[in-house]
Design a protein around this ligand. Structure first.
Ligand code: UD1
Length: 429
């Protein structure tokens, strides 16, 4: 299993190109199940999760052509995917596949919508809490699907197709919104989704669905109104920039007291996180081509933050912010309100010398003068990148084990950081 070695102490300086968003790419790829036409996706990042989802969709009958190069070939640029599901050859999504990536559960809605049936394994993915799927199932029931659970599988049936309905989510769920929205595009009549997730990736998918012929109003708001259509067609769509990657590198730059231009980043996708960084004393300059982040000599002020659904501070940046606050001048309070078990990075950060007290959903982070390199373990996607940030400022050598978590969501991280002066290297085994 690959490991990443970081020698701390270098200031990051230069330019980092921001890739297309993983969390938009995955549901966009899944949207190809809704049409026999070709869905062309541009700005697709090269990530393990994207490759894995390509395989899963292949099982259902989606033909994936990667423009200009072969799968797995890396040339450092974003890819263009052409996804065509002329025919759905299988409505079964087996355990071996879905257990490796939670987002693949989202094939459920599109498959039932197009085929009237689907059998999808209950999901896996990052171990950050229990992560149930009740909201997904209730949403599909509201559209007339009959749902049964059997042997770890969800079996959904709607022999005469889905019908529009009113879905009121008791809690904001990104995945359940994706599932419901995609299913509703092909349901008969009107669907109203209330308390829909407003994450930019949901909006990106909705805009792509509109290009495919879907009728959706309220994009970007918490109420989506969908008028079902008989069929969708192919379209061309460019994936929006990754706000989590943007925020991650912004925090890495802030931690090292560096000065970096985040090319292609869009500030409107992460205002809450940028505000927190400004509050901590980091300089943020928004330009036409991206976001410049710098901290030249100034200390880091502690902050109080609570994770919230968009437009609040994202849970996917909580671990990275915590890594940054381990070296702030004082005590920060970071509350995790989205997932109940998303503090697995705390004990690993402690191995590097961080002082963090956990009290339920609250982490109290007392800034220390220095972190010290150590061997640490990546436990989930965002937690692992928080260890990279900590390693960049820790004295000496930090080795991060189990980096496959990182490869799921961060494109060429060692290359992007290395070009800005980080001493970082992948140790293949
Ligand atoms: C997505 C993101 C993930 C991010 C999360 C929250 C992708 C591929 N993943 O995950 O990176 O951390 O949004 O922004 O886009 N819940 C239920 N019942 C359900 C579904 C969810 O109780 O049926 C709960 C979850 O346990 C969690 C909360 O709702 O506490 C939010 O989860 P959700 O927004 O659904 O996360 P994902 O879509 O899995």
């Amino acid at each position: 299993m690959d490991r990443i070695k970081v020698i701390g102490g270098s200031r990051l300086e230069g330019t980092i190109p921001i890739s297309g968003a993983k969390n938009a790419t995955l549901p966009l790829m899944i949207a190809s199940l809704l049409t026999s036409g070709t869905l062309t996706l541009e700005n697709v990042p090269q990530l393990a999760d994207v490759v894995q989802l390509g395989r899963i969709l292949g099982n259902h009958g989606v033909d994936l052509a990667i423009a200009g190069k072969r799968p797995g070939q890396s040339d450092g640029h974003s890819q263009t995917f052409r996804l065509t599901a002329h025919e759905i050859v299988d409505t079964l999504a087996p355990y071996e596949m879905v257990s490796r990536m939670r987002a693949s559960f989202w094939v459920l809605g599109p498959l039932v919508a197009r085929m009237g049936e689907a059998k999808v394994s209950l999901p896996g993915g990052c171990a950050i809490g229990t992560r149930p799927v009740d909201l997904h199932l209730d949403a599909l029931r509201a559209l007339g699907a009959e749902i049964e659970l059997e042997g770890g599988y969800v079996i959904a049936n709607a022999p005469s197709g889905l019908t529009g309905g009113r879905i009121t989510f008791p809690k904001v769920s990104v995945g359940a919104t994706h599932n419901a929205l995609m299913a509703a595009t092909l349901a008969k009549g009107e669907t109203i989704i209330e308390n829909a997730a407003r994450e930019p990736e949901v909006g990106d998918v909705a805009e792509c669905l509109v290009k495919m012929g879907a009728r959706i109003e309220g994009i970007g708001t918490s109420t989506l109104n969908i008028q079902g259509v008989d069929e969708l067609k192919g379209a061309v769509h460019s994936v929006l920039p990754d706000r989590i990657e943007t925020g991650t590198y912004a925090m890495a730059v802030a931690a090292t007291g560096g000065d970096v231009m985040l090319d292609n980043a869009r500030a409107d996708l992460l205002e809450a996180a940028l505000d927190v960084l400004r509050e901590a004393g980091v300089e943020i300059t928004v330009t036409n081509s991206g976001i410049r982040v710098s901290r030249n000599g100034a200390g880091l002020k502690p902050i109080n933050v609570e994770t919230q659904p968009f437009p609040g501070f994202p849970t996917d940046l909580q671990a990275q912010l915590m890594a940054l606050m381990t070296i702030a001048d004082g005590t920060s309070n970071i509350r995790e309100t989205i997932f109940e078990n998303r503090f697995m990075h705390v004990q690993e950060l402690a191995r590097l010398g961080a002082e963090i007290d956990l009290d339920g959903d609250l982490a109290r982070v007392s800034g220390v003068r220095k972190l010290h390199g150590a061997q640490v373990m990546a436990t989930d996607l965002r937690a692992s990148v928080s260890l990279v940030i900590a390693g960049l400022v820790a004295e000496g050598e930090t080795v991060i084990n189990r980096v496959y978590h990182l490869d799921r969501g961060f494109e060429r991280i060692e290359e992007k950081l290395g070009r800005c002066g980080a001493q970082i290297e992948r140790l293949s085994s």
